[in-house]
Write a protein that binds this ligand. Sequence first.
Ligand code: ACK
Length: 856
Amino acid sequence: MDEKNVPIRTYQVCNVLEPNQNNWLRTDWIPRSGAQRVYVEVKFTLRDCNSLPGVTGTCKETFNLYYHESNEDRESYIKESSFIKVDTVAADESFTQVDVGDRIMKLNTEVRDVKVTTRKGFYLAFQDVGACIALVSVRVFYKTCPLTIRNLATFPDTVTGADTSSLVEVRGSCVNQSEEREEPKMYCGADGEWLVPIGGCLCNPGYQEKSGTCKACSVGFYKAKSSDPGCSKCPPHSHSVRDGATVCDCHSGFFRADSDPPSMACTQPPSAPQQLISVVNETSVVLEWPETGLKTTRVVVSELRAHTHYTFIVHAHNGVSQASGAGAAQSVSVTLTTNQAAPSPVSFIQATDVTRHSLSLAWQQPDRPNGVILEYEVKFYEKDQRERSYRIMRTFSRSVDVTGLNPLTVYVFHVRARTAAGYGEFSAPFEFSTNSDPFPLIGEGVNSAFLLLSISGVGILLLISAAVFIISRRRSKYSKTKQDSEEEKHLNPGVKIYVDPFTYEDPDQAIHEFAKEIDVSSIHIERVIGMGEFGEVCSGRLRVQGKREIYVAIKSLKAGYSDKQRRDFLSEASIMGQFDHPNIIRLEGVVTRCKPLMIITEYMENGSLDAFLRKHDGQFTVIQLVGMLRGIASGMKYLSDMSYVHRDLAARNILVNSNLVCKVSDFGLSRVLEDDPEAAYTTRIPIRWTAPEAIAYRKFTTASDVWSYGIVMWEVVSYGERPYWDMNNQDVIKAMEEGYRLPAPMDCPVVLHQLMLDCWERERAERPTFSQILNMLDKLIRNPGTLRRTGGDRPTATMLESGVGSEVCVSVVPQVCMPEWSMCVWLQSIGLERYRDTLAAAGYTSLDSLLALTHQ
Ligand code: ACK
């Protein structure tokens, strides 16, 4: 009976008293019908051995599931050894009481899956080894990604792949009345879900999308190009009489020029402009005519000749003037005479014959005299006086002698010209200085003795001023050097500062300011390479016109995202787009105009640094490792110069390319913390990588990034080991507070471990800057000898001062790994060298002493 007391048939066995049971039950041949992985759902009940008295040792609580692939649908005898075991199946629930009548039946359901790819079908078998069991049902099935339409492409019902991780690439076919925009593709995942739709189709001209199909535009509507978003109403003075129009025909008497797009209204050629108004303003004419609906209706023609006759003709033209056969365009004309006008300003004034009380001025005629020049006017004043008091002189010629000036005084001069139409504007100011000489130095009447004296006087003056200049420069340099160093520290002149995209009210404005929009058709997605926080990460190729094709990584935002998720997703691109450095992952652009949204970055062949190092454990030289660390430090220096705090610097967020160049990536975490005040205390904070002050009170600074950098150093030198191994986060925080710091990884040069310890100074002001770290690493690379000394060569300190009442604990490790099979060599040989210090600190320094080590 089942739960509802309905009789059911079961296969039962209950030989619990006899040992060595081996009872088999086999299915008929099951055709696999194209499936590659089949699922077997078994429903059964099982008796708890404890409930059966006297069966200890013989009673079992499991059975085994087997399969055997075969092309023959009627194999009468199959050897036991031909079956392959799928799994041992145990019950989740077992029942203890066989009390037919009101017993509660506990039905177990277990599902197992198995790859079946080699034959046309298979047999399943159940092996009982001494359980009390009733097999109620067996359901065998496989999974498909169901037929679906995405981006106007049909994807057929598709059987999933053979492995639990395999993705089956499926090509879609465009629905009726549509054409390919980009090859439509999708991946069928092992669990029967479609993933990563790529490419798609567009409805043909004359058709638009409606619930996954393409429907013809109705009468009165049209669609010209497949890329147009939908059918549009016919523009004015046009119509369509049939469904599926790609263009609307013009009403009779209306036209469309060849260059007019189908979206433009049909038009008629214009009439001649009417009521032309002309206004003459000295030598300028303004022409104006009433609105005709076309372009502007006003022109200003300036710098005409004064008092001259001009004729202006205004033609009206539109795009259909030619098509309508109206011949020459309609026009209107006006004839008029320009007025007299004032002259343009004098452009240049020269001074000659300068003495202590006088000078001579000369100038050129204005470029546009606009008539006969009747007079020039010279205005001048002492420069110090400004225009508070000035003098005026008038002359008919283009020069004047100015007298009665004060010696050694700078004067400002302006000149203007006058015609019958009046004065023009004054020239720009020209400055000249009188000197101390009673006679002009150059020109007629120059006294040679004066000349000599004056030249030597000028020479001495020059010498004195040069000396004064040098002394003042020296002085100011001294104070400037001091000032510079202080100012540079605070202002970083000339260095770009990072702009937080969250300060923009409109996130789209930030993204378009810092990231290039990429047309989705220039991206070819090739493979899924991982899962990011917001969706899949794929690799592919990007071809931008005029540039060579490059490999890229494509992060996409999975469908069904919220506004906040969209903002967070795009913020990474807005941040990344502001950086340009060889050790910062380069943003190629974003796709925001169609879905899914994508962020395109350069492709880093070796993926993230932690996984890469784990894969190549022990395969690099110390110099290579330091080279990687140098790259990261250089990228971080760049970020800190831009005042950007990363907050999640860790080896998993460093990407490595095929040349082992390391680049800082993942600019996503910063906001997560700021937006949510509770977040610092949640699991989002990467405790092991984060400085104590950032954990305690969210003090994230470049100095906390330096702390994280120290952890990255440790990760690199230990080839991707997990910092603080399997300690839990609370213990890590406590250990940090107590002054514990990560010990040097195996074979770690002493200088590198010292640099790590410096990065982990409790006081953040004591930690080095990225600039100092970079200098230090450069020095190490230049002098590789300094990297030779490793922790094994001398006693190593693993405990540091721990605040008040601090204690420095230095472990006692043998000076060198001698004699052979010392503790040190032995630990090294079994890969547990990192416990050397701990053991040594506890007094275990020789293999003999180790023999006395107890379990406690
Ligand atoms: O460790 P991985 O191979 O490197 O797996 C992760 C995954 O995507 C999810 O983040 C990889 N990944 C991210 N960005 C890139 C990139 N620009 N180039 C190559 N792989 C990338 C990362």
